[in-house]
Design a protein around this ligand. Structure first.
Ligand code: HEC
Ligand code: HEC
Length: 327
């Protein structure tokens, strides 16, 4: 009996030490930093380059959907190009994360160099070396488009607005300590110098995967790590609404599966008209306000790309969900 008690005591002590060791490891390593090359990208003052960057930021790349305070939303939806002074908390299961002030004030990108901004977008390493949560899809943005976006950002009036520090919770710290690594360009890691905007499926693929993030939302993902867990474009990703607490929308299956594809029977004209109509479901996370402004040709290209996707059978039962637990 006494030996058993002694044994139990030692097992207990070892368990406590193991847990303490794990907690200490998490707390001491969750904020580790990473290295990644600085792209040789520098802002241009060419007005055509700046105009391209502005179009991307308020349109397909929807920077304005995340890097703007909620109080500016209605005006942005109405077409005003307000400075991208930083957004509201992204409340994820791993904590709160804040989209930065992107105006050239020192509380914003005033303190960052062009290659630092470029590295954050391409390699997922923040200006301070932290791995960024993989919420922005721009790793394979072409050299020219990355230059255009940064050139536009530099032309904004500086707005003083400090971005709050991210607040990862304990689970978030554990994920940063063990799982999350910076995400860089796909494929062979090489990024195109330029991509010609036309109406081909190839350009649609570039927009849908690396600019407008259609793939990032219309594929099921693990909300803790950002990892893809569903087949591309087959939908089923439940996204809690940032603006309507307690509500969430499930992304529809965009693949051309005749039975379960949400838009399998939509014509190109219907598809474009749906985008022009803008937001219908208030709690939807889809940045309809920005996508509504996309050019006819860009929408055409995206539609054509979607037609080439592999059909995946995945029934998404309801789009709008009432979450049981209020967030
Ligand atoms: C879906 C929302 C979303 C969109 C769209 C988005 N961002 Fe972000 N952005 C974020 C969040 C959230 C962070 C903070 C990430 C973190 O700290 O891990 C961030 C951080 C950044 C940073 C800071 C990097 C650093 O070093 O701290 C830059 C620069 C940036 N975004 C630029 C852009 C630009 C330019 C666009 C459009 C081309 C854009 N973002 C579109 C959500 C978004
Ligand atoms: C930030 C996440 C997000 C992004 C990015 C996104 N979607 Fe969605 N999408 C959703 C959600 C959530 C819904 C369901 C709610 C709704 O209909 O608004 C949806 C619905 C749709 C619908 C169905 C609309 C209807 O009326 O039935 C289409 C079509 C669609 N998305 C296409 C796209 C395309 C194409 C892109 C890229 C250009 C894209 N989405 C990017 C989240 C997203």
């Amino acid at each position: 009996m006494r030996t058993l008690l002694k044994f139990m005591k030692w097992v207990g002590i070892i368990l406590v030490l193991l847990v303490a060791g794990l907690v200490i490891t998490i707390l001491s390593t969750h904020d580790k930093t990473y290295e990644a090359p600085y792209p040789d990208i520098h802002a241009s003052t060419d007005s055509a380059v700046i105009a391209r960057g502005r179009y991307l930021a308020y349109g397909p790349a929807h920077c304005s959907g995340c890097h703007s305070p909620l109080s500016n939303w209605e005006r942005i939806a109405a077409g005003e190009e307000l400075p991208l002074e930083g957004g509201f908390a992204f409340a994820l299961p791993v904590g709160n994360f804040y989209p930065a002030n992107l105006t050239p004030h020192e509380t914003g990108i005033g303190k960052m160099t062009d290659p630092e901004i470029a590295r954050a977008l391409r390699h997922g390493v923040g200006h301070d070396g932290r791995p960024l949560i993989d919420i922005m899809p721009f790793h394979n943005l072409s050299e020219e488009d990355l230059t255009a976006v940064i050139s536009f950002l530099r032309t904004q009036p500086p707005v003083e607005r400090a971005t709050p520090k991210n607040e990862p919770n304990f689970m978030g710290k554990a994920v940063f300590a063990f799982v999350i690594k910076p995400v860089g360009p796909e494929g062979n890691g090489e990024v195109a110098h330029s991509v010609t905007p036309d109406t081909t499926a190839a350009y649609g693929e570039y927009l849908a995967n690396f600019v407008a993030n259609c793939r990032g939302c219309h594929t099921n993902r693990d909300l803790k790590t950002g990892a893809y867990i569903g087949e591309y474009y087959s939908g089923g990703f439940l996204m809690p609404s940032a603006v309507h607490p307690g509500m969430a929308c499930m992304t529809p299956n965009l693949t051309p599966d005749p039975e379960t594809g949400h838009i399998a029977d939509w014509s190109e004209v219907q598809f474009i008209e749906r985008f022009r109509a803008g937001r219908i479901i208030p709690s939807s996370e889809m940045p309809w306000e920005q996508f509504q402004r996309m050019s006819h040709n860009d929408l055409k290209a995206i539609y054509r790309y979607i037609q080439t996707l592999k059909p995946v059978q995945n029934e998404v039962k309801t789009i709008v969900h009432q979450l049981a637990e209020q967030r």
